[in-house]
Design a protein around this ligand. Structure first.
Ligand SMILES: Nc1ncnc2c1ncn2[C@@H]1O[C@H](COP(=O)(O)OP(=O)(O)O)[C@@H](O)[C@H]1O
Ligand SMILES: [Mg+2]
Length: 253
């Protein structure tokens, strides 16, 4: 069997002395898109923060493997170089730096860490123009500081643009649909779908089903009280939408 892009084994995580993740197991093979659904507070974002290597999240048990490499031993920037990209629910603002400049610096930081030469300005311009057009991002937006004063939709589109330029092997999208109107949702979904490839995997985290009409997952996992309690095909998302999460919570109480 080929090595999965992502493998999470019995992951337990504490935040401020409270156990939030209670034994997460997940295998994400190359080329697949998996969705994680679950109600607010079930621990979905905690999982994405742990993947990102955010401080204050204490892993007490378990492991995370990215292309077979131990992620928990890597610094956040090393994870990015290893092919991990995370799009967060609340993207950070980068005041004083034009989005364009930020994007080029991000690409070059990764190229440098991989021992590659810097991207040439014409190559960079071409790549930004191509990816930006697909996402309806104009040059005006690229001159503004990243995320500063961006609308919800603009933030998400800027994030997908970063993803398109950095070409990660694992994309984690946490609540990418929140704050999007229907038009923006379609643009973002189209951008994400264009990045689906046999070498790339995606983890799409959401508590609504509607995003999954546009980004159709291979597998849907239900998250409840810090673990995956059920997995199925895309129809599971529709069933959840109809019946809610109450069935799972009973076991918790
Ligand atoms: N930094 C933190 N400090 C204290 N509690 C936290 C922190 N982050 C998350 N939690 C708690 O962890 C639980 C899971 O939160 P989260 O992972 O954000 O869930 P979801 O993304 O599924 O809504 C919640 O009860 C939340 O209050
Ligand atoms: Mg969340």
């Amino acid at each position: 069997m080929t090595t999965p892009i992502l493998e999470i084994r019995d992951l337990h995580v504490r935040v401020e002395d409270r156990e939030i993740l209670k034994g997460v197991n997940l295998v994400l093979p190359a080329g697949e898109v998996h969705a994680i659904m679950g109600r607010n507070g079930s621990g979905k974002s905690t999982l994405s923060y742990v993947l990102a290597g955010k401080e204050d999240y204490e892993v007490t048990e378990g492991e995370i493997l990215l292309n077979g490499q131990n992620v928990l031993e890597m610094e956040p920037d090393e994870r990015a170089v290893a092919g991990l990209f995370l799009a967060f629910q609340y993207p950070v603002e980068v005041p004083g730096v034009a989005t364009m400049t930020f994007l080029k610096a991000a690409i070059n930081a990764q190229r440098k860490a991989r021992g590659e030469s810097e991207i040439s300005t014409p190559d960079f311009m071409r790549a930004v123009k191509e990816a930006g057009a697909q996402l309806a991002i104009d040059s005006d937006m690229l001159k503004r500081p990243l995320n500063v004063g961006f609308s919800g939709g603009e933030k998400k589109r800027a994030e997908i643009l970063q993803m398109a330029l950095l070409k990660p092997t694992l994309c984690v999208l946490d609540e990418t649909d929140s704050g999007l109107d229907i038009d923006a949702l379609q643009i973002v979904s189209k951008g994400v779908n264009a990045l689906r490839s046999p070498e790339r995997s995606m983890l799409v985290i959401t508590h609504y089903q509607r995003l999954l009409n546009h980004i159709v997952p291979d597998v849907v996992h239900v998250f409840s009280d810090g673990r995956i309690v059920e997995s199925g095909d895309k129809d599971l998302a529709l069933q959840l939408e109809a019946r809610g999460y109450a069935d799972y919570e009973k076991d918790v109480a």
